[in-house]
Every structure is written in structure tokens, then in C-alpha cells.
Design a protein around this ligand. Sequence first.
Ligand SMILES: [Fe+2]
Ligand SMILES: [Fe+2]
Length: 284
Amino acid sequence: MISITPRVPNISFGQDFPVRWNGGDAAASHVFNALSWLFPSGERFFIDVVRAVAAELSSPLVTSFNHELQAFVVQEAIHSRQHQLYNDSMHRRGFRSVVAKTITRLQQQAHSMHVLSRLAIVCAYEHYTTILGDYLLRRPQLLQQAEPWLALLWQWHAVEELEHKAVCFELYHRAGGGYWRRNLLFLLVSLNFSLLFCRQYWHMLWKDGALRRGQLRHTLWRSMQLAWGREGFGWSLLHHGLAYWHPRYHPERFDSQHLIQQWLASHADSYRPWHHGTAKQPDC
Ligand SMILES: [Fe+2]
Ligand SMILES: [Fe+2]
């Protein structure tokens, strides 16, 4: 497994940013903004589940994996905190989450499930963050016109998602999780994730005025292009989403080590490694 290093990006959230921060393009900005609203509570849920599994199944197979689990928890805790600050900044401009209550309800339902089912849910979300991280790092042009510190935030998050892509999957298998539980819950997560994202995305566009007459046609065209154009993210989600059904699927099949190394080397001044005692400690 790739070694996992939690990092803190050199970002100050004191500065406000234009909501169309990605080249003035409403669709290309709100695709990211909408995703950001899903992260803080989602990532806190991932941490809770991983901790619950590790506590419940203290077999040697799981405990030998402690370093990776701890690194996963710290990375997700820092992501959650950074996205909360990002969302707070959007909130000050009148944007809000329209899916927060639904997320809370889904998480409450998940808490009544078997711990392996909860972990299968996390594996499914981790699969999607791996796909999107890989997609983003392969296409730096998507953030070429962006506010530099927001491009940094998204690329740093993508790198760390690729770094820890196999942790939950490995834990699931070491804990005895099977194929059907993993894939049936993947279907459920695919549906929920799509609905949550679309609802938040259209709300962001509406609130921003990008669905008004005069802008509507362009916004719809750009949305279609971003998702289903020749380089659209929809094709990656579909292609790698189907790969998850292969009985021998493993996240290490994503050959993304070169993407991680390249980005870390070219942005060495943009982050610092996190360690115990770092001023900005994650809430973990
Ligand atoms: Fe994350
Ligand atoms: Fe993750």
C-alpha cells in the first residue's frame, strides 16, 4: 500500500472569494462548490465508521493495520475541517446546504446497520472520491483559471484521496466483508450520492442566478459538457464505477502513484506535513 502522509495546505480562509471562482464559469465553479457541501459531515461519518470497525474487530489482522488507519483518520479530519471553512465562506455570501437534513437522516439510518455494512458504504464513497481525485489530477486544465488557493485545496484533497484509496477497502476485507454486501451498498451509495450532489448543484446555480433567462441555456450546455462532454467526469464515474463490480477489484488497480508524486514535487511549498502538535490540529 502507498505510504500515507497527512498534510496541511497553506491556505488562509480569511479572504473571501468570488463564488464563480473557476474562471468566472458558474457551472465549473458550482460543480466543486456543491461537492464541498457534502464533504464535512460525510468525512466525519467515514472517521466514525473506521473507528467503530477498528474497535469492534481488534483482531491481529486489523491491529497490524493501525498506522494506515490512523493516517486515514487524520487526513479525513483535516479535509473535513478545510471544507467546513470553505463552506462557511460560501455561507457568508448567502449560500447554504440544502441536503444537510437528508445527510443526517441517511447517517442515522446507517448507524442502525451492521458495522460491515457501514464500512461498505464508506468503501463506496471512497471509490467515488478516488475516481474524482484521479480525474482531477489528470486534467490540471480544469482548474487553470481558478483562484490559486482553491485550485490548491482541490488538488491537495485529490492527492490525499488517492493516497488512502485502499485503506477502507483493505479494512473491509480483513474484517471479513463480502462481495454482495459491498456491491449492493455501492448501488445505494451511487443513487444517494448522485441525488445529493445534483440537488445541491442546482441549488447553487439557482441561488447564483445562473438559471435566469439569458444565462439558462449556457448554464445547461456547460453542465452537460462538464459531465458528458468528450472529457466529462460522467464517463470516468461510469467506467470506474462498473470496474467496482469485478470480483477481483482492488483500489490499487488505480495506477495513480505518478500523479501523486508529480503534484507533491511541483507543490512542495504549498503544504506542510501534519504531525502531533501541529498548530492547526484536526478534530480527531
Ligand atoms: Fe477526504
Ligand atoms: Fe477519503
